[in-house]
Design a protein around this ligand. Structure first.
Ligand SMILES: Cc1cc2nc3c(=O)[nH]c(=O)nc-3n(C[C@H](O)[C@H](O)[C@H](O)COP(=O)(O)OP(=O)(O)OC[C@H]3O[C@@H](n4cnc5c(N)ncnc54)[C@H](O)[C@@H]3O)c2cc1C
Length: 414
């Protein structure tokens, strides 16, 4: 076994550092209102349903454009999409490295936007789309011209997605979709939505759910209530679909096998989020250690108190353990099928999400009153990562997956 980070990944991290300093930090410094204590206020169009402001999204777009020009944005995409076929291990190292730098334009947490893109839907369409779908969507999704959202959750069904109530019925060569979606992220400006609907089978069946690539401007497709969330702005609305008619060519992958796509999507996201969680947790720990060494109480550095040292030492230990699990899982994903490793991805994800929330909370505590202010980034880190304990398959659902493998109710080895 070799636990060293390979040289090519180290070289990439150094290149990214140089790129950030040269091309991203100057832009960030001109737009500090999006990153300092004013961040939620500056990013949010409060009078427009709490949606992201255009200027904020334009800044993120410019960051991605620069990263693409410099050859970083597509790193994890295959060569035929202009990428470098970056491995899962490399992406885990990169995500951790970028998050460990703290808040910044190089790796925005709330928008999940980074100089090295995470493109789960691009990977999905590349793997499962028809030639026509690939031609229509792939390049546009990378450049931001095509924005495809993911509509699985419904008002009555989240964790139990196989119970979804949205249906699609065949009508000649067309399909007619009826139902409702909830927390359909990105629908404030998405051009298309991946709508999961039951086309056969019974509630609870994994088979019989079909995924449709639905243009958001079709008659009957309505974006509704925008949910204001713990971290703002929000782009998580409800959607209703009333007799939305699409041709059969809008099906992504195979009729009845839509959930394969959903698994593909969550595995891509879960391992990247886990790596970011480790990086952000390490950032919170490092900042707390530095502050505790500097801050004096009763005439002595705060850091000399064991009550200050121990929680941070324990978090540091946990960070080391979870990092090892994230790297190992990413390394295995580079060598095996993701469905066989689902339980490891779940372990890495739920423990990293929990860890970063604890580390951000501890950082607030160690910094005292200053830690509670928005002039420090910990509240933002906490509020963002708290989301992942619920959204990418909640903590309980991922533990359920681990238990399913442990007790032999679900597939997966290792
Ligand atoms: C900010 C945000 C963005 C989101 N973006 C998207 C998106 O883009 N697309 C999309 O499709 N969805 C999205 N979601 C929805 C998200 O995937 C769901 O909220 C999540 O899957 C949980 O479903 P639920 O909210 O219906 O909770 P429920 O399924 O009702 O669960 C409630 C609680 O009970 C627990 N629970 C449920 N069943 C069990 C069980 N059998 N055993 C033990 N505990 C259980 C859950 O873990 C949870 O803690 C988003 C949500 C948020 C908050």
């Amino acid at each position: 076994m070799n636990f060293e980070i390979p040289d090519d990944i180290r070289t990439k991290l150094a290149e990214l550092d140089e790129f950030i300093e040269r091309d991203i930090k100057p832009l960030e410094r001109e737009n500090m209102q999006y990153f300092d204590h004013r961040r939620e206020w500056a990013r949010t169009d409060w009078e427009n349903d709490g949606q992201p402001r255009h200027e904020w999204e334009a800044l993120l777009h410019e960051m991605r454009r620069r990263a693409d020009r410099a050859g970083h944005l597509r790193f994890a995409l295959p060569k035929h999409l202009g990428g470098q076929g970056g491995s899962n291990l490399a992406m885990a190292c990169i995500r951790e490295h970028l998050a460990a730098k703290g808040l910044g334009l190089h790796n925005d947490l709330q928008n999940e936007s980074s100089i090295v893109g995470n493109f789960p839907i691009v990977h999905m369409i590349d793997a499962f789309g028809t030639a026509a779908q690939k031609a229509e969507f792939l390049e546009g999704m990378i450049t931001g011209e095509k924005r495809v959202a993911f509509g699985l959750t419904e008002p009555n069904h989240g964790s139990d997605a196989t119970w979804l109530e949205t249906t699609a019925r065949r009508d000649g060569d067309d399909w007619v979709i009826n139902g409702a979606k909830r927390f359909n992220t990105g629908l404030h400006n998405a051009t298309h939505d991946l709508i999961f609907a039951r086309t056969s089978g019974e509630p609870g069946d994994a088979r019989g759910i079909t995924c449709f690539l639905v243009p958001t401007d079709l008659p009957g497709f309505e974006v509704g209530h925008m949910w204001w969330t713990f971290n703002m702005p929000s782009d998580h609305p409800d959607v209703s679909l009333k007799d939305v008619r699409v041709p059969g060519s809008f099906i992504l992958h195979v009729e009845g096998k839509g959930l394969d796509l959903a698994q593909h999507f969550v595995h891509e996201n879960r391992i990247r989020q886990a790596a970011s969680g480790v990086g952000a947790a390490q950032y919170c720990i490092n900042e707390s250690v530095a502050y505790a060494r500097e801050r004096k109480t009763w005439g002595k550095p705060l850091a000399v108190n064991q009550a200050i040292q121990w929680p941070l030492a324990e978090l540091h230990t946990e960070c080391e353990m979870v990092r090892g699990l994230v790297y190992k899982t990413a390394w295995m994903l580079d060598r095996g099928h993701h469905m066989e490793l689902s339980h490891l991805v779940s372990m890495a994800n739920y423990r990293a999400n929990r860890l970063v929330c604890q580390a951000a909370d501890q950082a607030i505590q160690t910094h005292g009153g200053i830690g509670y202010t928005r002039h420090k980034p910990f509240e933002h880190i906490y509020r963002h990562h708290r989301r992942y304990r619920i959204t990418e398959g909640s903590e309980e659902i991922q533990i359920r997956r681990v238990a399913g493998t442990l007790f032999g109710f679900m597939g997966g080895k290792g």
